[in-house]
Design a protein around this ligand. Sequence first.
Ligand SMILES: Cc1cc2nc3c(=O)[nH]c(=O)nc-3n(C[C@H](O)[C@H](O)[C@H](O)COP(=O)(O)O)c2cc1C
Length: 310
Amino acid sequence: MIDISANISGVHFDSCIMNASGPLDTTLEELTDIAMSRAGGIVMKSCTVEVREGNPEPRYVDVEWGSINSMGLPNLGYKYYNEITPKLKSYGKPLIASIAGAESQEYRKIVESFNSSNVDILEINLSCPNVVGRPQIGYDFEMSEEIMGVVGDVSDKPWGVKLPPYFDFVHFEEMASILNNSKISFIVSINSIGNALFIDWETEKVLIKPKGGFGGLGGKYIKPTALANVRKFAELLNKRIKIVGVGGVYSGIDAFEFILSGATLLQLGTSFAQEGPQIFERVSRELKEIMEKKGYASLEDFRGKLKVMD
Ligand SMILES: Cc1cc2nc3c(=O)[nH]c(=O)nc-3n(C[C@H](O)[C@H](O)[C@H](O)COP(=O)(O)O)c2cc1C
């Protein structure tokens, strides 16, 4: 028997493969499709204090090797996600709430409300716009630290942070030192690569409407950056902090590479948006086939054991 189960803070996942916050997880109907699939857990859309309509359309477009989006966090508000938790929990999978905000008091309010719900784990999305003229929260180390302090004070649930990609080793080290001093159980790495631009050369126009066409990049384009982030954080973080890998996972080979780099769980965003809920069964099966060929019985047999050259 090949075992692809995983554990974060005592929460058991039968499969390490699940959805990423964002695509096809905004309504109870969409979340029920995930609950009934072979996904190892259910991750809900990032929620905010107020209901948000998000940006004007077109705001998500499939491109050759992935996607570009500038959704603007459309969601039904944290109260909705709180209210639907009993229904979703009845499917027996771990349930993860994703929380977004512009400043620490908004995070506090939502975290406190989920304390009394039966959500298993909280994912604190730090890839959110903060103050105009300042970078998104994950690139504002002071603000990130403040939010982690507040969440650590009020959360009764295991929690972690969803991070944007980093590109410079100095930034990795700075963020890792903040993370190592926080109460997080895990990181989710990476969010979309920010502010990419696609052009339709025939119409000479950008592909999405918001922000003059700039948007977050997902899919195959970002796998090397996501692997590098998982790998670097696996080197720098205390071993108690687990890593959830996201970014360009389409196949069992992709999943295998992320675990080899140090990931415990995997989330699928663009690939799930493109293929639908059957992707969880396919990627799990492909991962098991690779493990069987290599003689690995569980993820521990190869997690983090990436080889480097002498
Ligand atoms: C349409 C869309 C909406 C997204 N919304 C969220 C969100 O609400 N919260 C979040 O943390 N990430 C969000 N993301 C980012 C994904 O969770 C993921 O980190 C990113 O797309 C990279 O993974 P991928 O290559 O599998 O798409 C969104 C991505 C897409 C494509």
